[in-house]
Write a protein that binds this ligand. Sequence first.
Ligand SMILES: Nc1ncnc2c1ncn2[C@@H]1O[C@H](COP(=O)(O)OP(=O)(O)OP(=O)(O)O)[C@@H](O)[C@H]1O
Ligand SMILES: [Mg+2]
Length: 293
Amino acid sequence: MKTIATINFKGGVGKTTATWALGNVAARDAGVSSLIFDLDAQMSLTQAIALNEDGNPFKDFTNWYERSISKKKTIFDALDEFTKPTAFNFGVNHDFIYKISDRYHFVPSVEDLYWTELELFDREKVKFFIQRLLEKVQNSSNVPKYNYALFDCPPSFSLLSYSVLSTCDLVLIPINPDFFAAKGLSLLLNSLRMRIEPFPVPKIGVFMNRAKKPGGSSIKHYSNETQRYLDDAADVLRHVAADRGLNVRLFDQAIFDKVGMKRAIQEGLPTDFAAQYSNLWKQIQSFLNEKTK
Ligand SMILES: Nc1ncnc2c1ncn2[C@@H]1O[C@H](COP(=O)(O)OP(=O)(O)OP(=O)(O)O)[C@@H](O)[C@H]1O
Ligand SMILES: [Mg+2]
């Protein structure tokens, strides 16, 4: 199983949408199963999956979710169990993992995750939580053998994102064509390294979300502005690769700004959008499969 953490300090860049869309396109390949996790206490992914197109609660999920909470099968219960001095005995089954569709599954967030930010938990121990939880998922005969696990992380360094970062294969960073694209990226990459070491720093992939098309009949890919921010981001990546020896990639496939994208998660991936994400997914897979130098 390959694991991917979608992260950026900046809010609203498209982390949640990317995690959801990539998990979705991954499971379109024959025989591939994907598992997405909502690690954000703000629960945007969980809420989007819980609501249908009309904004009404989606009954199957809501019923399942209530049962998961009452059976103490949420990710918070798993963490609680893990941090006890006794052996980690959390059983993984479909009370913990929700089936969005046949091969596309989901572990929702719960408000209790806010507690993880208080000093209630031992930081050093929690670091190993996601790694141990994924082992349980892989060894469980109650759920499929997932090919990919994707984590939607909050726009901050939470204890849980820390725990994912120390075990994932790829850190995926969406950026937007704005002033913060390059600045934020350089800040993020430096602090990632400081936070993760002495663990090996995973591969780092960056893509532009909400890219703008050029005006008129231009044959260019992007607007001048989007292109400039992409070039700036490429510069930052070149520098960190050279100075710090990080394995970084700026993916060619950007995701374009799509008006009315607000409710994609409820309504399903629009076709043009799915094509862009499928292509991005191919580039991510080939980066994941490259041997580390
Ligand atoms: N390519 C796009 N075109 C248009 N709208 C988009 C695009 N990508 C994301 N959005 C919209 O931008 C908003 C923020 O996206 P999203 O929730 O994925 O960001 P986020 O980084 O997870 O935010 P947060 O930091 O709050 O967790 C959402 O309303 C989403 O529908
Ligand atoms: Mg989000």
